[in-house]
Design a protein around this ligand. Structure first.
Ligand code: NDP
Length: 260
């Protein structure tokens, strides 16, 4: 099926690795233009350079922190002018804070909520004037199953994820007809788990170690997800083919969620 993405332009934040890079790769393969940002512009450029592109697909990339509202506004405006508009945004930039509530400082609580809420709002506000003029505008917020299924060892991240899930529903009402949806991730192999495996210094192979991790967390499919397995549903939600889906959230967690 043709996803009807060719020639359209999408902002992808946090596009230098993992889910963001896989999403940029998929969009470029579909002939869409990608406006990519991450804080480290050199790493971003190096990651995007080798990606195959369908004919006509363009990349506008720049070092930009989604917490810097003025910086995001200037970057998004300049990219939109260069590409002649914008059709969507993937709010993907992020990280997690591994700490229980009692060991999370006040500053860390603020940082988590800043990133998950203002990292999204800054980018959406910058893109909104252009999305209002697009034929089939769509925003996808990359979130986590933690939003509905908190973990004590990720206290601030879980709470901030719940706030973002809530905000996404509000934005879907306030910004309509711009569609706004969430993709909620479980455990996705994006490099952070390889670093943790190395740091653990265990004799198990990476596959054995992640298989045990998946069993411990109750992942029905028994393994971590791959970044491209997350990119497909993100791109499907961006597509004009998903024209009647808004305010929805799709779990991409291999069956790790315990709620109904
Ligand atoms: P990665 O660590 O692989 O990539 C994160 C990307 O975000 C990088 O490009 C990073 O580049 C960028 N980034 C981080 N902070 C900022 C910022 N302030 N401004 C702009 N760019 C930023 O992450 P994943 O692919 O694993 O995760 C993608 C999203 O999915 C994140 O929001 C994450 O929290 C979420 N998620 C991931 C899970 C997983 O298991 N992998 C599980 C649940 C949710 P740079 O450092 O140069 O800025």
């Amino acid at each position: 099926m043709d996803l009807d993405l060719a020639g359209r332009s999408y902002v992808v934040t946090g596009a230098s690795s993992g889910v963001g890079l896989a999403t940029a790769a998929l969009l470029l393969g579909e002939g869409a233009h990608v406006v990519a940002c991450a804080r480290d512009g050199d790493r971003l450029a190096a990651a995007l350079r080798p990606l195959p592109r369908a004919q006509g697909a363009r990349v506008v990339a720049g070092g930009c922190d989604v917490l810097d509202a003025d910086g995001v506004a200037a970057f998004v405006a300049s990219a939109a002018e260069e590409l002649g508009g914008l059709d969507g945004v993937v709010n993907n930039a992020g990280r997690s804070l591994l700490a229980p509530a009692a060991e999370t400082t006040r500053e860390q609580w603020h940082e988590e909520f800043d990133l998950k809420i203002f990292g999204v709002l800054n980018t959406v506000r910058a893109a909104e004037p252009y999305l209002r003029r697009a034929a089939a505008p769509s925003v996808v917020n990359v979130n986590a199953i933690l939003a509905r299924q908190p973990e004590s060892r990720l206290a601030a991240t879980s709470a901030a994820r719940a706030a973002l899930l809530n905000l996404t529903r509000t934005l879907s009402a306030d910004l309509a007809p711009i569609r706004v949806n969430s993709v909620c991730l479980g455990l996705v192999d994006t490099g952070q788990w390889r670093r943790r495996h190395e740091a653990a210094g265990v004799p198990d192979s990476y596959e054995e170690w992640t298989g045990a991790l998946a069993a411990d967390r109750g992942v029905a499919l028994g393994r971590l997800g791959r970044a491209e397995e997350v990119a497909y549903p993100i791109v499907a939600l961006l597509s004009p083919r998903a024209s009647y889906i808004t305010g929805a959230s799709i779990d991409v967690g291999g069956g790790v969620a315990r709620y109904v």
